[in-house]
Design a protein around this ligand. Structure first.
Ligand code: SF4
Length: 363
């Protein structure tokens, strides 16, 4: 069996080139199925060995190579010495009294992103909210992630690794995935498309059970409408008044509400899918009767469901406040009276740092 570990890396510093011999292990979760077959072939192994290892990684939640009991011992030892399944780990875990688990995932470069696992009592679903970036460039004023700035994009396998880690941690199969953690998914478009493929094909999660949420990167919404895998699209709208939205969500300065509306109508037309409109109700800011009527007018012509999210004020570093229950119910009633389908999102993990960016911010 050839020894393939390590490779030469050359990089440039201010005054000279430095060449190092990098002894890093091969990360198998990085490989597509085809690449994994090539890798095993280069080791002189048959294709079915690649099948076995691929299935252990993605379908059978193997935590390490010794779990791969049908792989011959000599190969398992070689893999343990020269490879690793993932190059990230759970750095911190918070468990809420409602069963929500928030993970802080540490990547190979020491940077961290969050992922949240949610159970809803009345459904047999296990939903995972994944991050697509470390930090975020969008700067929404109600968001801890936006406040902490942007560090880097996550690669496709790094996004999917969040699901593998949670499955390994709980020994449960995740059924639904939402791209609503840290980062703006459409600002990391290629990697998110790659992650969609891995989640759908390797982790066997139906594309109908995957949701991508964006604050409104209009040009990418048009591209997404033409993608071969069509996930559910969710829009973090939150305001249907241009001046108010532009103050709180800087994306409105680049792509305004009218451009966004045109893209959503085209998305409806192209995919035949309804869009989910996410609307964070912030006390005294966007929860009035007038705001509800303005929202109805804006959504005219867009096939959508509306998800109202009461602002989570666990984090008091912002000036925003929770909406009153009665204002929330009035808002919902006005929308429903206009024939809209509306749900109020159940609050999950209220007793932990469950709002986006809170846990990573503390670290
Ligand atoms: S709400 Fe989403 S898009 Fe806005 S700053 Fe936070 S992570 Fe980025």
């Amino acid at each position: 069996m050839p020894r393939q570990r390590g490779f030469i890396t050359t990089f440039y510093t201010k005054d000279f080139y430095v060449t190092i011999f990098n002894m890093e292990k091969v990360v198998l979760a990085k490989y597509t199925y085809e690449k994994l077959c090539e890798y095993f072939e280069s080791l002189g192994e048959k294709k079915f060995r690649a099948n076995q290892v691929f299935s252990w990684i993605w379908a059978k939640n193997a935590k390490n190579f010794s779990d791969m009991t049908d792989v011959k011992k000599e190969l398992r030892e070689y893999l343990s010495e020269n490879c690793q399944i993932l190059d990230c780990k759970i750095k911190k875990r918070q468990i809420s009294s409602d069963g929500t688990i928030k993970y802080l995932i540490e990547y190979h470069d020491g940077l961290c992103a969050e992922a949240v696992l949610m159970r809803f009592d009345n459904r047999a679903n296990l939903s995972m909210c994944v991050s697509s970036q470390v930090g975020c460039k969008m700067g929404c004023k109600f968001c801890a992630t936006g406040k902490n700035g942007f560090k880097r994009n996550l690669e496709s396998y790094e996004i999917a690794s969040q699901i593998l880690l949670a499955q390994n941690d709980t020994d449960l199969k995740i059924t639904n995935v939402v791209f609503m953690g840290q980062g703006e998914p459409l600002d990391n478009y290629e990697n998110v498309l790659g992650a969609l493929k891995i989640i759908n094909q390797n982790l066997q999660i139906s594309i109908r059970r995957i949701t991508i949420s964006t604050c409104g990167i209009v040009d990418k919404i048009y591209e997404l409408a033409n993608n071969e895998l069509v996930a559910t699209l969710a829009i973090s709208l939150h305001f249907s008044n241009h001046n108010q939205r532009k103050e709180i969500m800087p994306i409105e300065r680049k792509f305004d509400l009218e451009e966004l509306k045109a893209a959503l109508i085209e998305y409806n037309r192209k995919t035949k899918d309804r869009i989910t409109i996410e609307y964070i109700l912030i006390g005294g800011l966007n929860d009035s009767k007038e705001a509800a009527l303005e929202l109805i007018k804006y959504l005219d012509g867009i096939k959508c469901n509306i998800n109202l999210i009461p602002y989570n004020s666990v984090n008091d570093e912002f000036d925003f406040k929770k909406p009153d229950k009665k204002d929330m119910m009035r808002f919902k009633y006005i929308l429903e009276s206009a024939g809209k389908k509306v749900t109020i999102r159940l609050e999950r993990g209220a007793d932990i740092d469950a709002a986006c960016g809170q846990l990573a911010g503390k670290n």
